[in-house]
Design a protein around this ligand. Structure first.
Ligand SMILES: [Zn+2]
Length: 445
């Protein structure tokens, strides 16, 4: 990929060095695309350079591009959060990293690079999980940009910003809104979107747009498989480490036909045991590899779109993207913008407790499956609690082994047997959100 921005900074020291000289042109004069209320002045440049505080989530493929774009646009107060360390396979596209940096935290190295390369810019790194930072941390930013490859992390971030909203008498206080700019890429496809939490469609409002989940609950894989994928996952996760067919410590290699053949054969046996059809060699390889290809040019395009949106919102000089842009250059080049709509009963942003309709004779397992498999919820390992006879009772919790073991028998009990009543409130915690979600159990006859 061409390093045009390095070239520019070397050849023309004044332009694109983070002092705002370049963006001045956009802020100190009007133009055909400026916001109708925009009045050219030097104030918005001052805000951008001196006050505006931006948080970048992720310092990987998108994150490197974002940090570079934002720093060269004049933003000087930038924080970056990333929990990963640098792997040698990152170096082809994560251009803030060099071979000597392999093994070091991405956030630290990215911040050092930008800080030494762009005078006046101060990037503060956080080598952490987003879940390890709290409300006080997130509240200090004017705009948050996500360059993540995980839907769970995106949803968690979305949930965090929704939890910061302040409502007075049911009216949203606009000062509590922190805009979220979200970029995503997969191979030659990508998207950029602008989310004003509480006002426009949030991540969970459009959950149906994401491809179906590839992670299945462990209990399903281990004890009640229903899909061919469950059988393959069973072999991959449980049989491979147990039987070590190619020797102790040999890691399953999705590109080794002997390995895939072994997994395929064992998955067929597992499937036959449960009368499940559909296990093929091709599906086996697909499930085992689950590789999301990374393409440097897609990252560059999407990060540029996101950084532009940050600039538009920070300066108020232009109307932001409304609100979802898709990009695809698999064949030719296609891009399209549409307005994703808020979902009236969105489980994350609607503030309406969702109804769960089940018969009293349904088993808790069915309810759990619904939470993980429903296209609009897609939870990962929901923990369900309820108040039964005045006591707070954990019905099922997967993340702590001892509690999982203790609560597992509940899965095969009916809702009635568990003492749950019609209209009962169920509290569900999951890794997809920092907040506990409330559901109302409605008995169907
Ligand atoms: Zn929503």
């Amino acid at each position: 990929m061409s390093r045009w921005w390095l070239m520019e900074a070397v050849d023309v020291p004044v332009s694109g060095t983070g002092d705002g000289t370049t963006v001045k042109k956009f802020l100190e004069r009007s133009g055909p695309f400026t916001h109708p209320d925009f009045e050219p002045s030097t104030n918005s440049l001052q805000f951008l350079l001196e006050t505006c505080k931006i948080l970048v989530i992720g310092a990987g493929g998108l994150g490197c591009e974002l940090l570079k774009d934002l720093a060269l646009s004049g933003f000087r107060d930038i924080h970056v959060v990333d929990m990963d360390t640098i792997d040698i396979s990152n170096l082809n596209r994560q251009f803030l990293f060099r071979r000597k940096d392999v093994g070091r935290p991405k956030a630290d190295v990215a911040a050092d690079f930008i800080n030494s390369r762009i005078p006046g810019c101060c990037v503060v790194p956080h080598f952490k999980k987003i879940q390890d930072l709290d409300e006080t941390f997130y509240r200090q930013f004017h705009i948050i940009v996500c360059g993540l490859d995980s839907i769970i992390a995106r949803r968690w971030m979305n949930g965090m910003l929704l939890s910061l909203l302040v409502y007075e008498d049911g009216v949203l206080d606009p000062n509590s809104i922190i805009p979220l700019i979200d970029g995503g890429t997969e191979g030659f496809k990508g998207n950029a979107r602008v989310i004003l939490p509480g006002m426009t469609a949030c991540i969970d409002c459009t959950l149906e747009l994401y491809p179906p989940q590839v992670n299945f609950p462990m209990c399903t894989i281990a004890s009640m498989p229903r899909l061919p994928e469950h059988c393959i996952e069973y072999v991959r996760m449980l049989l491979w480490p147990k039987e070590t067919p190619f020797g102790d410590g040999v890691v399953l290699d999705g590109d080794d036909p002997k390995h895939i053949q072994w997994v395929y054969q064992r998955s067929l046996e597992r499937a036959a045991e449960f009368n499940i059809t559909g296990v093929t060699y091709r599906l086996t390889q697909g499930v085992v590899k689950r590789i999301i290809p990374a393409v440097a040019s897609t990252n560059a395009v999407i990060a540029a779109a996101c950084a532009t949106e940050v600039f538009k919102i920070a300066s108020s000089a232009y109307i932001p993207l409304n609100n979802y842009m898709v990009f695809n250059d698999v064949e030719g080049l296609y891009t399209y913008t549409f307005e994703a709509e808020r979902k009236e009963n969105c489980s994350a942003c609607s503030q309406i407790p969702l109804d769960l309709n089940f018969s009293p004779s349904s088993k808790l397992q069915e309810l759990l499956d619904y939470l993980t498999e429903s296209a609009s919820l897609q939870m990962k390992s929901p923990a369900i609690t309820a108040t039964v006879e005045g006591k707070n009772k954990t019905l099922y919790l997967q993340s702590v082994a001892s509690i999982e073991q203790r609560t597992r028998p509940n899965l095969s009990k009916t809702l009635k047997e568990l003492g749950l009543a019609d209209g009962q409130e169920l509290a569900v915690a999951d890794v997809t959100t920092p907040q506990t979600m409330l559901f109302r159990l409605c008995f169907t006859s």
